[in-house]
Design a protein around this ligand. Structure first.
Ligand SMILES: *Cc1c(COP(=O)(O)O)cnc(C)c1O
Length: 405
């Protein structure tokens, strides 16, 4: 394994710090390293692999579609894009979609749509439109998106940044109301902050934000790139509070764990601000991506993955809560989207993840103190039990060491 790690270290930009494991194969909830050791994937590529690795329905479909047609660009129509977006809009209750590839591109699209809507529909003065975002947010890594970040490392050395963004405290509805003014185009929010550390706002926050947005003619832009598509136990996390966004971003699991597929969805009145030439992407909405996206959605519905996530997520959370470890400072989550916050005085989340890896469970820390658990939604109860046994053992081992010292 070390030769591959060294090779990557020599030729790949060091913009990540991977766990020291070299993977070569995946099937369902499992991945194997180059030495043949098997691991249970409790991270699913930041929720992109909700359907499991090498999902047989998706593999079959990709093989057929690759042989038929992959990429034509939007210079032409394809027979796959319409059916995909029809299904996507129907399932999410939105009128229209703009297909992109990565999550960050879907968020950029939302920002562009909101700004243009502000000028052409709301009547905001030229170049004055503002987007309000939340403290602790993560919406991707482009310059405009980074402008909204309050994580110093994300911005450090990358300025100057564009104007037109404001931050309010996540979960504080009064702060949102105070920040809205006549120039506010949209409020961009994650229903649960994933990269922020599986942070859940107070119950009713999203609903109250929706009401405020309606009252002040502000677009509610919900980033469900990580929380959407069954991850939190509903098709969309905003369904937990019966919230209907004016603009919605999806990505990650939309590509079935195979391709980058993302979309910005919106009400017709919002999407209509785009005319030919306003925005685009060479690969966005290509026939291969559209075919994969449609099948990924069909699998979600037919295999009831959102319901599974709700049921098994409750089960996993209860099992974890039964582990009485002084290392656990907090435990939170919804569906199969769970964070274990580690007491930073006693241990680092990273060392927990390394110890879990030794025992065959893959996860990744977020924000130094949180171990994220977001397995493929096809995981079984027995596999969860297997993982919980390892998690308990690791917490007990490290806890014993720390309390002894
Ligand atoms: C991952 C993520 C993004 C960015 O997606 P990329 O595909 O990495 O560009 C945006 N928003 C949220 C909430 C995410 O979790």
């Amino acid at each position: 394994m070390t030769s591959r790690i060294d090779l990557e270290a020599r030729y790949c930009a060091q913009n990540y710090k991977p766990l020291p494991v070299v993977l070569t194969r995946g099937e369902g909830v499992y991945v194997w390293d180059v030495d043949g050791k098997k691991y249970l994937d409790m991270m699913s590529a930041y929720s992109a692999v909700s359907h499991g690795h090498a999902n047989p329905r998706l593999v079959r479909l990709v093989q057929e579609q690759v042989a038929q047609l992959s990429v034509v660009s939007r210079a032409f129509y394809s027979d796959k894009l319409g059916p995909f977006l029809e299904r996507l809009c129907t399932l999410t209750g939105q009128d229209m979609a703009l297909p992109m590839n990565t999550g960050a591109e879907a968020v950029e699209t939302a920002i562009k749509a909101a700004r243009k809507w502000a000028y052409s529909v709301k009547g905001v003065a030229s170049n004055k439109a503002e987007i309000i975002a939340c403290s602790g947010n993560f919406h991707g890594r482009t310059i405009a998106i980074l402008t909204m970040s309050d994580e110093p490392q994300y911005q450090d050395g990358f300025g100057p940044f564009p104007d037109g963004f404001r931050l309010v405290e996540y979960g504080d509805i009064g702060a949102l109301e105070a920040a809205i003014n006549k120039n506010t185009a949209g409020f961009l929010v994650e229903p649960i902050q994933g990269e922020g550390g599986i942070i859940m706002p107070p119950a009713g926050y999203l609903k109250a934000a929706e009401q405020l947005c309606r009252k002040h003619n502000v677009l509610l832009l919900v980033d469900e790139i990580q929380t959407g598509l069954g991850r939190t136990g509903k098709m969309l996390a905003c369904e937990h509070e019966n919230v209907k966004p004016d603009g919605l971003m999806l990505g990650k699991a939309l590509g079935g764990g195979i391709l980058p597929v993302s979309a910005f969805l919106a009400r017709r009145e919002v999407m209509q601000v785009f005319s030919p030439g306003d925005h685009g992407s060479t690969f966005g909405g290509n026939p291969l991506a559209a075919a994969v996206g449609l099948e990924a959605l069909n699998i979600l519905v037919e295999e009831r993955l959102a319901e599974r996530s709700a049921e098994l997520g409750d089960y996993l959370l209860a099992e974890l809560a039964a582990i009485k470890s002084p290392l656990i400072k907090d435990l939170r989550g919804r569906g199969l989207f769970i964070g274990i916050e580690i007491d930073a005085e006693l241990a680092q989340a990273r060392e927990i993840c390394e110890a879990l890896m030794q025992r065959g469970v893959l996860s990744k820390e977020t924000h130094k103190t949180v171990v994220r658990l977001a397995p493929p939604l096809i995981i079984s109860k027995a596999e969860i039990d297997w993982a919980v046994t390892r998690i308990r053992a690791v917490l007990q081992d490290i806890g014993r060491l720390r309390l002894a010292s």
